[in-house]
Design a protein around this ligand. Structure first.
Ligand code: DX5
Ligand code: ZN
Length: 220
């Protein structure tokens, strides 16, 4: 699949989501940050907005659920139109069952790790997933500083994926910018979420192209 860029609408204008999506028509995914004010201290958007966005934009939706009890809520995001649904392993009761359910409903199944959550305990689960998300900030807010301490985990995750010959995508999210994207790509990430770096730019589509180019350059 190669390098993919997923702008996070968290940094966009919530009053004009359809227009904001159109400004990044060259993106591979639209990253939708769902926060419930329990798993993380922030509250953002939920199912009705995902449904509306699905109708308003042709870009596939990558829903990142920062919520408690994803076992109960995640499948509904597939029904709402998400092409990819990522739950946090710290919040899931039965991650294998949940990943299988998401796949059975026709979505890509993603699993996210907070900065302090190691990847090694989940080695045997990786085959159940289509994407692993290694957070590069503490989830909850956009515009935070990139945590370089997460890069060794990206590297170890890449080694596990390659050792098992898996197809799954390795996503990074948080503080990804023109300055940090190369380090992430070099460590082995191939899907890059960026909020501020894209939507705070004068030309968000150019920012997407630049991120893609810098990630490619770092892996050449
Ligand atoms: C943080 C969210 C991120 C956020 C990234 O909890 O998961 O997707 O939107 O925003 P930036 O790119 O500004 O760090
Ligand atoms: Zn996110």
């Amino acid at each position: 699949m190669g390098i993919q860029i997923a702008p996070s609408i968290l940094a966009s204008d919530f009053a004009h989501l359809a227009d904001e999506a159109e400004r990044v028509s060259n993106a591979d995914w639209l990253h939708v940050d769902v926060m419930d004010n329990h798993f993380v201290p922030n509250l953002t958007i939920g199912l009705p907005v995902v449904e509306a966005l699905k109708k308003a934009s042709p870009i596939p939706l990558d829903c990142h659920l920062m919520i408690e009890d994803p076992d109960r809520w995640a499948p509904a995001y597939v029904e709402a139109g998400a092409g990819s649904v990522t739950f946090h392993v710290e919040a899931a009761t039965a991650p294998v069952r949940l990943a299988r359910e998401l796949r059975a409903l026709g979505a890509r199944a993603g699993m996210a790790l907070r900065p302090a959550t190691p990847v090694e305990p989940y080695e045997d689960l990786l085959d159940e997933l289509d994407m692993l998300l290694v957070m590069t900030v503490e989830p909850g807010f956009g515009g935070q500083e990139f945590l370089d301490l997460c890069l060794p985990k990206v590297r170890r995750a890449r080694q596990l994926i390659d050792r098992h010959g898996l197809e799954l995508w390795l996503q990074v999210d948080g503080g990804v910018s023109a300055e940090t994207v190369g380090r992430c790509a070099e460590a082995g990430a191939d899907v890059f979420v960026a909020g501020s770096a894209v939507f705070r730019a004068d030309a968000p589509d150019h920012a997407v192209d630049e991120l893609r180019e810098r990630a490619r350059a770092a892996t050449r």
